[in-house]
Design a protein around this ligand. Structure first.
Ligand code: BTN
Length: 324
């Protein structure tokens, strides 16, 4: 952990901590601690200091700061060991792909306060306004077959559901394969991209976009998109939500790595409103219709087609057929 991350982590402890204590724990002088605290204050961290009470963290700014995210996250197995924050980028998935090529260790997480070319599935644009959401990507290298990559999307979806519920009290639904909805409107999406060699995944990039504090959407999105702020009526703490998602995902990633996907699939099916519904799935030019029956061990959907066959679908654009 960097010095700032260690300071912020200590300041999150319930009791105030003195300059002498911080200096001893971190191994730098009290003057150096004071200088770091001054810099954190300039970034918007409200840190109270009293001669006899020590330092106390009063409030934090609505910015994503790598050291703060590290301090909030605490120790994880893989995800978030390295966190990098950009003010602006084209797409965090692009940055993660570049880091993958450079051989950066798995678990690195790239956040951007805004994206100029945020992308969704099927080549769609993903609106990513500054400081209004969480736009981030995680680089992973699980030793799994390419067919199992959907497991990571499933893990990201369940992690998002748990984190959103714990941070806002709202239980979102999952729409197969990668949408998180509240009252039928999309609040978050997942874009999983991978490079693979014949039988083994090389790099997986899990890109996650959460509409956190967006107040209003462009007219064309108003009927289908929402934000946590619109749903709760209050500004949601973005860094706290980000840390919660990463913590949940780190736990589930460990399960996937040891081949333990069963429980996760069950949890996913419980939260997934697509299962049990009659759906149409667009697969390029082809549209298949049927009943979404279940999720298999690799994360694919098992669809009972209108002709009675069981078809295994690994991706596509789903719409629920209300009148079928
Ligand atoms: C979708 O629902 O179609 C997926 C949306 C994924 C958006 C996120 S935002 C962070 C990451 N970078 C991108 O360009 N896309 C993903």
């Amino acid at each position: 952990m960097t010095i700032d991350a260690q300071i912020l982590s200590a300041l999150r402890e319930p009791a105030a901590v003195s300059g002498a204590e911080l200096s001893k724990r971190i191994g730098i002088s009290r003057a150096a601690i004071w200088a770091r605290i001054e810099d954190l204050r300039k970034l918007g961290y409200d840190i109270e200091a009293g001669p006899h009470v020590g330092y106390r963290l009063i409030s934090t700014p609505d910015v994503l700061h790598a050291d703060d995210l590290t301090a909030r996250l605490g120790r994880t197995r893989v995800i978030g060991r390295d966190i990098r924050v950009f003010e602006q980028t084209t797409s965090t998935n692009d940055i993660a792909a570049r880091l993958a090529q450079d051989g950066v260790k798995e678990g690195v997480v790239i956040f951007a306060e805004s994206q100029s070319k945020g992308r969704g599935r099927l080549g769609r644009n993903w609106v990513s306004p500054p400081r209004k959401g969480l736009w981030f990507s995680i680089l992973l290298r699980p030793k799994i077959r390419p067919q199992c990559a959907t497991q990571l999307t499933v893990a990201a979806a369940t992690a998002l559901v748990r984190a959103i519920q714990s941070e806002t009290g709202i239980l979102p639904e999952i729409k197969w394969p990668n949408d998180i909805l509240i009252r039928g409107k999309k609040v978050a999406g997942i874009l999983t991209e991978l490079t693979a060699e014949l039988e083994l995944v090389k790099d997986i990039i899990v890109g996650i976009g959460v509409d956190v504090n967006i107040d209003d959407f462009p007219v064309e999105l108003r009927k289908i998109a929402t934000s946590l702020k619109i749903e709760t009526g209050a500004t949601v703490d973005r860094p706290s939500l980000a840390a919660a998602v990463l913590r949940e995902l780190d736990r589930d990633y460990a399960r996937i790595c040891v081949g333990d996907f069963g429980e996760l699939a069950e949890e996913w099916q419980e939260g997934c409103t697509t299962i049990g519904q009659n759906v149409s799935i667009r697969l390029g030019e082809r549209v298949v219709r049927g009943r979404a029956e279940a999720l298999d061990g690799e994360g694919a959907m098992l669809l009972r087609t209108e002709h009675g066959h069981l078809e295994r679908i690994i991706g596509g654009d789903v719409s629920v057929d209300k009148n079928a």
